[in-house]
Write a protein that binds this ligand. Sequence first.
Ligand SMILES: Nc1ncnc2c1ncn2[C@@H]1O[C@H](COP(=O)(O)OP(=O)(O)OP(=O)(O)O)[C@@H](O)[C@H]1O
Ligand SMILES: [Mg+2]
Length: 262
Amino acid sequence: MSTQDGELSTSRDTHLAEAEGAVLRADDLIAGYLPGVNILNRADLYCREGELVGIIGPNGAGKSTLLKALFGLVKVHSGTVTLRGEEITNLRADALVTKGLGFVPQTNNVFPSLTIAENLQMGCYQAPQKYAERFDFVASIFPALAQRRSQRAGSLSGGERQMVAMGRALMMEPSVLLLDEPSAGLSPALQDEVFVQTRAINKAGVSVIMVEQNAARCLQICDRGYVLDQGRNAYTAKGQDLANDPKVIELYLGTLAGRHNK
Ligand SMILES: Nc1ncnc2c1ncn2[C@@H]1O[C@H](COP(=O)(O)OP(=O)(O)OP(=O)(O)O)[C@@H](O)[C@H]1O
Ligand SMILES: [Mg+2]
């Protein structure tokens, strides 16, 4: 399968048909921060129940903007976001959390002056009765957090902070989790851990949409991937097919990353 024969460049109609019944979908999104400046230019995306979907693409492509648009943090000018068939376009983030959407932003994703336990409590402030049960789930994915629950998040390493941020988003029992570059800034060993943990979260029944700078690794573990470029989908296919595609390797992964995927 290669981009030369066009199989990876799924047409909008095909994509639309495949999106039928998806747990979360975004159709034809145009969105941006400033009037008249669109960052998303007709972006489409869907995630099926239980899927792990990866989004890769160059810096500035609009990957973070797409996640923020799904989570009500960037104004969607046109197009729709739908969760389990219900339109949720431009709803506020707190309303989306109660509907089962979780989001871990790319930066500033913990409260540094609060302890790990307090950060996790903040995660379920809308349903504090869930705390004990959800804490056990989070500890099953991130045992290190349970051991150090009284430590202030500001004194943690980058990898540990990332666990707190992901743990906090899991406290409300999301059915769909949006992760923005969870492996950014981490050592290769810690990046591996994040990918394993993300897979574990997904295996526990959470649908995951992850934006990743480690594109090769992301495409290895995800069920399906999107390449976003200039605010719109360039390619969509199974993660492994994207990872092995000569055009995607040349444009987005580099020859070295391509070799590693063989
Ligand atoms: N708060 C903001 N106000 C105005 N423009 C913004 C804002 N945030 C991002 N942008 C612009 O939107 C475009 C897309 O940014 P975005 O952060 O979505 O890219 P990205 O694909 O996530 O990039 P990266 O790989 O560097 O994280 C960029 O041109 C950026 O300058
Ligand atoms: Mg980003």
